[in-house]
Write a protein that binds this ligand. Structure first.
Ligand SMILES: Cc1cc2nc3c(=O)[nH]c(=O)nc-3n(C[C@H](O)[C@H](O)[C@H](O)COP(=O)(O)OP(=O)(O)OC[C@H]3O[C@@H](n4cnc5c(N)ncnc54)[C@H](O)[C@@H]3O)c2cc1C
Length: 287
């Protein structure tokens, strides 16, 4: 395992800014994970987890206790017939690459969705009508003491949500895919990526900030409230996609948080809809 102290939270998220993290542990084996939890329980340290950080805003007050990042054996991906068995620390891009090489179809919708398998399962990430929960047949979790395999996933997923019991960590996910060919899967991915490039901004961001409320879309509400291109400090509502907040050079996590609060207030005042966050808040200082 690799332990780093007083890390700049900005190095861990897609926004490129965030408060300081007291202790980051890159954990490589199941044995290490068990050990870390045993010791932190004795010391009373809080333990949280981050994947690629592409759906996370770290608060201005930073993160106390231990922040885990899964690496080593948690980054492995194995092919078993038409199933992919992926460690929670594996990157979505690697998962897609293995699927293409194996001529397996079913995770193309993750193209252009950066992050790790753990973060992606946690938030039931997806695109259009497809989301990751629809392809999962088994998930291995760690409950702080032991590893558990969840196999009845029928009612576990909803829009950008996985009902993971509090305190559980996802350590592995089994995807059930369909036989296809590398050419067909590869072409589909190329066209999805081309489409994303047309509709989404580049640069430092964490994708959609808010969930779509029932029967409307967050970007339309934000646009109608006059926020297209609006900036606060170094945080700017994207011109290309108004549900994205981009970080300009010099932006900090307070700028993002203040902009989020302002958008929520104005959209609520204007149309009575309370936007809920799709991004996850980590750490302290969200007043
Ligand atoms: C350009 C861009 C486009 C995007 N497009 C999309 C899109 O189309 N659809 C979409 O759904 N998302 C999209 N996103 C958001 C993001 O890519 C996804 O949410 C992705 O799944 C995040 O994965 P991550 O590993 O980075 O998660 P993180 O941000 O690291 O973590 C997210 C949450 O999951 C928790 N978590 C992480 N790992 C674990 C684990 N092992 N066990 C338990 N909890 C864990 C974290 O504590 C946190 O609460 C986009 C982001 C960007 C930057």
């Amino acid at each position: 395992m690799k332990v780093s102290k007083s890390i700049d939270g900005g190095s861990l998220t897609g926004y490129g800014c965030g408060g300081r993290v007291d202790k980051l542990i890159e954990v490589e084996t199941r044995q290490e994970l068990s050990q870390i939890f045993k010791e932190s329980a004795k010391r009373g340290d809080e333990v949280s987890v981050i994947g690629g950080g592409y759906n996370t805003l770290i608060g201005p007050g930073g993160v106390r206790g231990i922040l885990l990042k899964l690496a080593g054996e948690f980054s492995l991906i194995k092919v078993n017939g038409e199933n992919l068995i992926a460690g929670a620390g594996a990157r979505n891009s690697e998962l897609i690459a293995v699927a293409v090489d194996s001529g397996l179809s079913g995770v193309e919708f993750l193209s252009g969705i950066p992050g790790t398998v753990g973060g992606t399962v946690r938030g039931n990430a997806g695109s259009g009508q497809e989301s990751v929960g629809g392809r999962l047949v088994e998930i291995e979790c760690f409950d702080g003491e032991k590893f558990i395999r969840l196999t009845d996933l029928k009612n576990s997923f909803s829009y950008r949500k996985f009902n993971l019991p509090s305190g559980y960590l996802i350590t592995e996910a089994v995807f059930s895919l369909d036989k296809s060919s590398p050419e067909i899967v590869g072409n589909d991915i190329a066209s999805r990526i081309a489409n994303k490039k047309k509709t989404q901004p580049f640069g430092q961001n964490c994708g959609s900030v808010f969930k779509n409320p029932p029967d409307s879309s967050a970007w339309e509400l934000i646009d109608a409230a006059g926020f297209r291109g609006y900036s606060m400090g170094g945080a700017r509502v994207s011109e290309k996609h108004t549900n994205f907040i981009e970080c300009l050079p010099g932006a900090n996590e307070k700028d993002i948080w203040n902009l989020i609060k302002l958008i929520r207030k104005k959209v609520y005042d204007q149309c009575g809809i309370k936007l809920s966050l799709e991004i996850q808040l980590l750490g302290e200082g969200f007043d």
